[in-house]
Design a protein around this ligand. Sequence first.
Ligand SMILES: C[S@@+](CC[C@H](N)C(=O)[O-])C[C@H]1O[C@@H](n2cnc3c(N)ncnc32)[C@H](O)[C@@H]1O
Length: 458
Amino acid sequence: MRYRRGQEIDVEVERVAIEGRGVGRVDGIVVFVDKGLPGERVRARVSRVKRSFVHARVVEVVRPSPLRIPGRCVHLPLCGGCTWQELDYEAQLDAKTGLVQEALERLGGFRGIEIPRALASPERFFYRNKMEFSFFAGSDGEPVLGLHTPGTFDRVFDLEACHLMSESSNAIVARVRDLARRSGLAAYHSRRHEGFWRYLVVREGKNTGQTMVNLVTNAGPLPNRGEVVDTLKREVPALTSLLRNINTRRATIAVGEEQELLYGAAEIDEILAGLRFRISANSFFQPNPRQAERLFELVCDWADPSGGDEILDLYAGTGVISLFLARRARRVTGIELARSAVADAERNAQLNGVDNCRFLAGEVRDFFKRRAAEARVARLVIADPPRAGLHADVVRALRLLRPVRILYVSCNPSTLARDLQLLCRDDFFRLRRVQPVDMFPHTYHVETVAELVAQSPS
Ligand SMILES: C[S@@+](CC[C@H](N)C(=O)[O-])C[C@H]1O[C@@H](n2cnc3c(N)ncnc32)[C@H](O)[C@@H]1O
């Protein structure tokens, strides 16, 4: 049967797939249902038709899943963030474990790997330490400030309350929206490439109580600068850093070419497992710090370095994994592309009195090309790449290097499965164990740690 957009169909949702959509079948055709939960029957409107599958959105839940629970957020119908907030948390963990299993089997070709259940996050709500809110020109011309509606990069709703970061981050959103409206300047319009207000980024040190507010704007003076600084100082008692990042490019990212310090320090501090990390506005830092502590402890536990080990920490960010491991290794070399993160990592080593870590700025693939001799001494490699996974050159370099073990920390099961398959080809490495970790409750995202052991050349 042929489907057409707008048509309504009844679907039995059997399971969830990568991207978090419910999956069912109607007349032999696979139907991906946004926000459909396993075990329920929904009436859904077809939004996209392909030859072998269709996408549809729930119009009505005809028979709810026994795993369906009431969501707590007023923005659920509009927001693209918490796709699984109405799915029981234990079922979320099972679903995430299933996503990793499915990726490793279907995309990686691994059979018979036992995958333990995803580790639960210690906090289910208010776990995030960083959030990015977008400005958008409302129908009355006033700046709207909030989060994106799903499937759109240029539609934003005014956020009242989000349950992922903190009550005080919600208050900051309200204050900054008000200040933006009082400035008389418009929100940035991406297609016209005009307007002033672009993003608000809030960052918190959950274990230090510090708060950073980063206003990302187009070029030009901030007309009510005094009012902005005074209001935020007065109304955000934890404020320790107020910045403005100026992004004049078309790129819709919350990172500026220039940064202006409006109040306090240019960084905030966080403490994980007794180590202090100083983080600047544009550096990556794991967004769920309490669970990050567990993730890094797991990595240390599996890495179990001996005092004589040389370790490579690829995609090192602000040096967190390096510093966790440094206490038990001879030396750790971290490779990281973002210069701000490398500077943070070097300072973090100093702050913690660690003198056996060094950090090199640049692309991981260039490191292997230019400094192959230095790479060769490493017995243990940690790789924590972005969602795209490892570049093919990096996979080739790792196969050539063949360290005793590789610990791969991944935020994307699909690219993890692809890279593990390439690394293990011809029995170069064996996949020893895998552990999914839930860093982002209520979303379909899942972090995975995988350990590879080199096989002796035949
Ligand atoms: C998932 S983060 C991991 C950071 C760190 N391991 C942590 O947990 O805090 C990935 C990091 O890789 C960096 N990165 C992205 N592409 C890179 C590349 N081609 N070479 C080196 N670093 C890269 C990013 O800037 C980011 O800091």
